[in-house]
Design a protein around this ligand. Structure first.
Ligand code: KMH
Ligand code: ZN
Length: 278
């Protein structure tokens, strides 16, 4: 029985520009303030994409190390770095992210069309990410953009063993143009496929764009956890731009409380996800 709701905030992503979305956190100061605000209203994990001095997506290892240190110093959130980066990032740069030694890192379980682009995740690359995370004791969050990615995850765990910490946590990224739709039916199909994974596997879900609320409600009702943030959603309601990431986290936390599953604290999140003490 799931008694609390893990809320992950994904505040920035790699797709929106600061010019188009002024509220997007792109500097380290903005990221830390965002993290503190989101923690205060119910987030326990932060999924981080960085920007450089020109506000362009960056996988620079020095910037990543600085961000991990600042987030650890200024918050008690679980720090999860994206190894997905932007669709243009080479595999070597994406693997190098692990050198920043976050608590968690994302590991996307397969290739998916991504609007007009392709988010490429070759099987050999996925295996490499999984193995390097095992070595470094970084807990993965397996990103699932389509139903078949769960089959790939089953194969990965069967062939290469459990992740660092031993617990399997997946995030259903729904509603990407090219991936699975952000619908209750798709979420239920994924939940059924999770039965082929270890019995204590947990999942969160995020709905991109207008699928945010249907996915949030479906995940809560199915015993899942939540990811929200400006990486995935820029409109709070029809014609109303998102003002801040904390606005999205607060809404998610409100729904979680209504569902009698209040937000998970970061300490509870560490215990649940199998994250080692730093
Ligand atoms: N930016 C997307 C291409 C991840 O962070 O691991 C990939 C993404 C997934 O956001
Ligand atoms: Zn991401």
């Amino acid at each position: 029985m799931t008694t609390t709701t893990l809320i992950t905030v994904a505040p920035t992503g790699a797709e929106s520009s600061k010019a188009d979305v002024p509220a997007l956190p792109v500097t380290l100061d903005e990221l830390v303030i965002t993290a503190q605000e989101c923690r205060a209203v119910g987030a326990s994990v932060i999924h981080v994409h960085l920007r450089d001095a020109q506000a362009q997506p960056s996988l620079d290892l020095g910037l990543l190390r600085e961000a991990v240190a600042a987030l650890r110093a200024e918050t008690d959130l679980v720090v999860q770095l994206s190894t997905g980066g932007a669709v243009t990032d080479p595999e070597a740069d994406r693997l190098r992210v692990l050198g920043a030694e976050p608590d968690m890192a994302s590991c996307t379980m397969g290739t998916v069309n991504f609007g007009d682009d392709v988010f490429l995740n070759r099987w050999e690359f996925v295996v490499e990410l999984h193995a390097r995370m095992q070595e470094r004791e970084i807990v993965p969050e397996y990103e699932i953009f389509d139903l078949g990615h769960l089959t790939a995850l089953q194969k990965l765990l069967d062939r290469y063993g459990p992740p660092a910490g031993g617990h399997v946590h997946v995030d259903l990224v729904m509603g990407v143009p090219g991936g699975m739709p952000g619908t209750t039916e798709a979420l239920v199909a994924c939940k059924q496929a999770l039965r082929d994974l270890p019995s204590d596997t947990t999942f969160s879900a995020t709905g991109v764009g207008r699928s945010t609320l249907p996915v949030l409600l479906a995940s809560l009702s199915a015993g899942g956890h939540l990811r929200v943030g400006m990486e995935d959603t820029l409109t709070y309601a029809k014609g109303q731009p998102v003002e801040s990431n904390a606005q999205l986290v607060a809404r998610a936390a409100g729904f979680a409380r209504l569902a009698q599953r209040p937000p998970t604290t970061p300490d509870e999140a560490r215990a649940m996800l199998g994250i080692k003490a730093v």
